[in-house]
Design a protein around this ligand. Structure first.
Ligand code: NAP
Length: 243
């Protein structure tokens, strides 16, 4: 154990009453950028699974994205913080962003299970596409042992790939799938809209839009969407979009 939970201001204090079981959601994602689909999915998981809190954890250096262009951990964390700050049961944590090297979910769960008492259960929430690959992740057996897994999907998404991969695994994963209509939105869709000069309004909180523009992430918003009110310059960004 390297650090106690009381020493991390961005992790919730949970588990004080030994007679009670606490449920912590861990919202894992690259969040480049975070959008309303992620927020709705986390809120739905909070309700449906009776979670006590949801910790949004932007991945530091995402394991499967070493060859892709990803915004800095600092930018992705800042956008996550802005997006979650008005919800009392959401917390943004910079734990993975601050870790050296590639981000592995098993390492995060090992750390959390080391600092929290046994009456805290972990629910690792991410996209169903990612869940389909979970059996190939490093120390998948640790993930299966330490967490319930929650796969968020958009309506109509075919779960067959994810279900058969999990069923064929040697490890017993406890998986719940949540259908979230708002997940018709994706981060790549938002990046494409920025590059095309289209509005992000109603797709992500306005504070996130403001941050994207101010820091020239992905591209520049046109003036008619209010960019002139939030940007200090109109510097063009020669960006390209990853899938
Ligand atoms: P990804 O491959 O970029 O995402 C796959 C799909 O899931 C995309 O459609 C994505 O949409 C969606 N998605 C991602 N996070 C989501 C969330 N929290 N809620 C709802 N939908 C979500 O996956 P990723 O973002 O790189 O990684 C997801 C999580 O898995 C992270 O916590 C990452 O660290 C972990 N992971 C761990 C390992 C490992 O330990 N070896 C390997 C891969 C991933 P958007 O693009 O719109 O988000």
């Amino acid at each position: 154990m390297t650090q106690r939970m009381e020493e991390r201001i961005d992790l919730p204090l949970l588990g004080k009453d030994p007679s009670h079981t606490y449920r912590m959601g861990i919202m894992g994602g690259t969040f480049d950028p975070i959008h309303n689909g992620h927020l709705v999915a986390a809120e739905q998981a909070f309700d449906d699974l009776e979670l006590d809190v949801v910790v949004f954890m932007p991945a530091g250096r995402p394991a499967f994205k070493q060859d892709k262009r990803v915004s800095s951990g600092e930018d992705r964390y800042a956008m996550t913080l802005l997006a979650t700050s008005d919800n009392p049961h959401f917390i943004a944590s910079r734990f993975e962003v601050d870790r050296a090297g590639i981000t592995y979910t098993a390492d995060t769960l090992e750390y959390l299970s080391g600092i929290y008492p046994k009456n805290v259960e972990f629910y690792f929430i991410t996209g169903a596409d990612a869940i389909a690959e979970i059996v190939t992740w490093r120390h998948a057996e640790t993930i299966a042992r330490l967490a319930h897994v929650v796969g968020a999907t958009r309506p109509g998404y075919d779960l067959e790939h994810a279900r058969s991969a999990i069923a064929a695994s040697n490890h017993h994963f406890d998986v719940t799938y949540l259908e979230v209509p708002a997940l018709a939105i994706s981060s790549s869709y938002l990046r494409e809209r920025v590059v095309a000069g289209q509005s992000l309004r109603y797709l992500t909180p306005d504070q996130v839009t403001g941050y994207i523009h101010k820091h020239h992430l992905y591209g520049v918003l046109p003036r008619r969407y209010g960019a002139s009110k939030i940007a200090e310059t109109d510097v063009e960004w020669e960006g390209e979009v990853d899938g």
